[in-house]
Design a protein around this ligand. Structure first.
Ligand SMILES: *Cc1c(COP(=O)(O)O)cnc(C)c1O
Length: 398
């Protein structure tokens, strides 16, 4: 008997139908493997969409969470508590940015970043007509503010009017950004490596050019590191490899490795001239439970030397995917960095059908925009796991 059917039926009866889910009911995880309710094992190259950086069922992580549950989960932000300072300190230190605001999701961190940028500009000139430059093919979330800076017509269209003053430039085209800048521009927002849009890394000259432009005109650079950050590309944050520092950075996904937490982090300079008491808030954000997780995540990254590991295994994955690209004519191109990788497929080979075949064969991969097969595995995968993935994928592509 297939135990999954009952769960699927019950779920579809009551949840709002906003996802076409794969017909798999997951039950437990161990290391880089997931198991469904029928006991079938999957090698996981999706990590809950770049969340489970430390894989599943890490003992030390679980222990820290259990202890915090026994102590205290929530207080509201009307009081101080014992786990938030360490979590914020570790995030500030890792990013080199001074001031942290914890949110409950990536989307909310984008909302906060937009508000901080608008307030910063407002405090300078008192006007309410400031503009933000975002990128085409970007993804920043689904709330009205985050959707407003998400350069995807399909996602935006049914929900207009969105927030005003947003203009879209072409990613990796500095001239297209320059053409949109005027005296009202308060921020440029982009992912350092576009994820959902199809795995497009920012070119060095582009990001450096945008940074220079921002500095010249006192425009804030907001880098969305929600997917590409937290070690995924071999540095703690992807921008750290570009000799460019954002004024505001957003972070989520792997920040809590499974608990819902995000953050926006900014320089002291921006903090001093933007959000003040009364300007922003959250009931849950940065509560004792999630902060215990964030703190432990940073400790484990250090203890397990995750960055070094990603550099090694990321180079190996890149090499193996390049070989696969040579071998299969249905693969047009490989794009990405470290453990954020995309295989661009020919139109005649829909990425969605390859994903289905892989699932059948016990491998979880996902898609990204523009017929791309996306891989965002746990950062703890080994070369042997890469070999196992390549073997299954080769079989599914043949
Ligand atoms: C996932 C993602 C978001 C949205 O984060 P949520 O936690 O789903 O709200 C925003 N930006 C990028 C780059 C993402 O990958």
């Amino acid at each position: 008997m297939n135990k999954a059917n009952t769960y699927i039926e019950e779920t579809e009866k009551v949840l709002l139908h906003t996802y076409n889910r794969y017909q798999i009911v997951l039950e437990k995880g161990e290391g880089v493997y997931l198991y469904d309710v029928n006991g079938k094992r999957y090698l996981d190259f999706a990590a809950g969409i770049a969340v489970q950086a430390l894989g599943y069922s890490n003992e030390e992580y679980k222990q820290a969470l259990k202890e915090q549950i026994d102590r205290l989960c929530h207080t509201s932000n009307l009081f101080y508590h014992t786990t938030v300072a360490a979590a914020a300190e570790k995030l500030a230190k890792a990013s080199g940015l001074e001031r942290v605001f914890f949110t409950n999701s990536g989307t909310e961190s984008i909302e906060g970043a937009i508000k901080a940028a608008r307030k910063y500009a407002y405090m300078k000139d008192g006007s309410n007509d400031h503009e933000i430059i975002a990128m085409k093919h970007s993804f920043h979330g689904r709330s009205m503010g985050a959707l407003s800076v998400t350069g995807n017509e399909n996602y935006q269209k049914p929900f207009r009017p969105l927030i005003g003053g947003i203009k879209f430039a072409d990613f990796n085209d500095l001239e297209s950004v320059k053409a949109l800048v005027n005296e009202r521009t308060c921020a440029v927002i982009m992912e350092t490596i576009q994820g959902e849009g199809g795995i497009y890394p920012a070119e060095h000259a582009f990001l450096q050019g945008v940074k220079k432009l921002c500095e010249e005109r006192d425009i804030l650079l907001i880098l969305d590191e929600i997917q590409c950050g937290m070690g995924r590309c071999g540095t703690m944050f992807a921008w750290q490899e570009y000799e460019v520092k954002p004024d505001i950075m957003t972070c989520a996904k792997a920040l809590g490795c499974g608990v819902p937490v995000g953050a926006f982090v900014m320089s002291q300079k921006v903090a001093d001239q933007s959000l003040m008491p009364g300007d922003h808030g959250t009931t849950y954000g940065g509560n004792p439970f999630v902060c215990a997780a964030v703190s432990k995540v940073f400790d484990l990254f250090e203890k397990e030397q995750i960055l070094q590991h990603v550099q090694e295994v990321g180079a190996y994955l890149t090499e193996q995917l390049n070989q696969l690209t040579e071998k299969f004519s249905c693969i047009v191109e490989r794009r990405g960095k470290g453990l954020l990788q995309g295989l661009v497929l020919e139109a005649s080979t829909p990425a969605g059908s390859v994903v289905s075949r892989c699932l059948e064969a016990g491998l979880i991969v996902i898609t990204a925009g523009g017929n791309v097969l996306r891989m965002v595995p746990p950062l703890i995968i080994t070369k042997e796991h890469v070999d196992e993935m390549i073997q299954i994928l080769e079989h599914c592509l043949s």
